[in-house]
Design a protein around this ligand. Structure first.
Ligand code: AHR
Ligand code: AHR
Length: 482
């Protein structure tokens, strides 16, 4: 059985079921998600390998070979048509794309295995969001509902709001109680749990809630497992938060009781839109990774949720390599040569904090050789990837800020470490490596007018131009000049 078969047996059927990693009904063999590739704009749908099984990641890999791919649709497996696509602009923010539409996720940003078979999650960077404002069967008003999501417990931030669940149909903040969604992150603006976070909380609009007290529930723990199961459910004047390790063990109940001690949340005023990766008003500052999740009609029993957790554990989520292409080994010293026809004698170098390409050779002055040489160290923000320390400025690293590549001193902040973490993959033009930003997997090192950026393929910035993208993001990596 799949999670939604279990919910159906419990009398609380799935009315939305989203996953890029696996079928959530044992009989489901339809499309899980759609990807769109950068080379020609073509799309394809990815289905499970067999009914009830893991997604056919190999079909994605072959369709996307030698180009970029975005996850354009996450299909609803429940049969109700509650598919998720790029979120429209909202009351709080507009997305970075034409019309104010949010970004969609890189198709290869969150590789994992399920029972040893490769699949991809949905890696949400700030600016990324999915939504459906015209749903079928999702709870409205004070009606009961349940939901769970499997998330990456190590990918979060304090921005508003990495959510999955029930939001406003207008993408506007229409008041307290107009949302009921799972939140995951370490925002301390509204509620908190114990420790410094991240926490599973409920976004009920104009507040992230951990329990009855609007500020703090010490029974809502900091949770940091690599894979987590997050549960939120609500019925008239009663709701719960539950959670646990999605890779082993059982769920714990972090809160169960009355609605929060503030006006506007009892009764609730749910509107029935579905959001992923954003707040109800399209606040787009948060990050996180989503693998699977559902919303139910009715208030699921703990016994039903415990069986769903056992099913998730049996799916055996596990990590896999975050990199591909020629090895860029920790402890090595490297130089990175451009491969675009204009520029094959140019290497990534820095002039102070600015990062550029410069013509360097074995006969260059030693200072220039050092400017174009980098120590490869374990990724400061994720040791499955790498960081590049300047050879002539120890303690300073390549990092992006506003998608411009810089050399800056490590200030030890979470933001710096993540901005300085890069996951090399096979070069898009077939040469060397493309060096994608860990936190923005749609973006890779790109030289553009001899300056360095982290660029997406055809995105909104000048340096995102699709023309010559594959060549500009492919670098041959060799032993350092110095
Ligand atoms: O409730 C927290 C956030 O507040 C909601 O997600 C958003 O709509 C509002 O800005
Ligand atoms: O480069 C993109 C983002 O811009 C970085 O993550 C952040 O430091 C800055 O806001």
């Amino acid at each position: 059985a799949g999670p939604c078969d279990i919910y159906a047996s419990g009398g609380t059927p799935c009315v939305a079921a989203h996953s890029t990693t696996r079928a959530l009904f044992s009989a489901f063999s339809g499309s899980l998600y759609q990807v769109k590739r950068g080379s020609d704009g073509a799309t394809t749908n990815i289905a499970p390998l067999s009914a009830g099984g893991v997604a056919n990641a190999a079909a994605q890999d072959s369709f996307c070979s030698g180009t970029t791919c975005l996850i354009t649709t996450i299909f609803d497996q429940s049969g109700r048509g509650n598919h998720l696509t790029a979120a429209p602009p909202g009351g709080a923010a507009s997305g970075p794309n034409p019309g104010g539409v949010d970004d969609t996720a890189a198709a290869d940003g969150a590789p994992v295995t399920l029972n040893g078979q490769k699949a991809y999650g949905v890696f949400v960077s700030p600016g990324t969001g999915y939504r459906n404002d015209a749903t079928n069967g999702i709870a409205v008003g004070d009606a009961a509902e349940g939901m769970y999501a499997v998330l990456d417990g190590t990918h979060f931030n304090g921005g508003c709001c990495f959510d999955y669940g029930n939001g406003e149909t207008s993408a506007r903040d229409t008041g307290n109680g107009h949302m009921e969604a799972i939140y995951f992150g370490n925002s301390g603006v509204w509620g908190t749990g114990s420790g410094s976070g991240p926490w599973i909380m409920a976004d009920l609009e104009n507040g992230l809630f951990s329990g009855f007290n609007v500020k703090n529930n010490p029974a809502d723990p900091t949770i940091t497992n690599r894979f987590i199961t997050a549960v939120v459910k609500g019925q008239p004047n009663n709701w719960s938060i539950r959670g646990g390790n999605a890779a082993s063990g059982s769920l714990s109940t972090f809160y169960s009781g009355a609605r929060p001690n503030a006006s506007g949340y009892n009764p609730m005023h749910k509107e029935g839109a579905i959001i992923l990766g954003i707040g109800g008003d399209n606040s787009i500052s948060a990050q996180g990774t989503f693998y699977e999740g559902v919303m139910t009609s009715g208030f699921p029993s703990e016994a039903t949720e415990n069986s769903v957790q056992a099913n998730i554990v049996a799916a055996r989520y596990a990590t896999t390599s975050m990199t591909s292409g020629p090895a860029i080994s920790v402890g090595s010293h490297v130089s990175l040569r451009a491969t675009t026809a204009c520029c094959t004698t140019r290497f990534i170098a820095h002039t102070g904090s600015a990062v550029n390409t410069q013509v360097v050779s074995s006969s260059s002055a030693s200072a220039l050789k050092l400017q174009a040489s980098w120590n490869v160290v374990a990724g400061l923000g994720n040791s499955a990837c790498v960081s590049f320390e300047s050879r002539d400025t120890p303690g300073s690293f390549l990092r992006h800020a506003n998608f411009v590549l810089l050399v800056n001193a490590n200030d030890n902040s979470k933001q710096f470490k993540e901005d300085a973490t890069f996951c090399p993959k096979v070069g898009l033009n077939g040469q060397g490596n493309s060096i994608r930003a860990w936190g923005y997997p749609t973006r890779s090192f790109r030289h553009f007018n001899n300056s360095l950026f982290v660029a997406s393929n055809g995105g909104p910035n000048t340096f995102d131009a699709a023309s010559s993208y594959n060549d500009d993001v492919s670098f041959v990596v060799s032993t350092a000049f110095a």
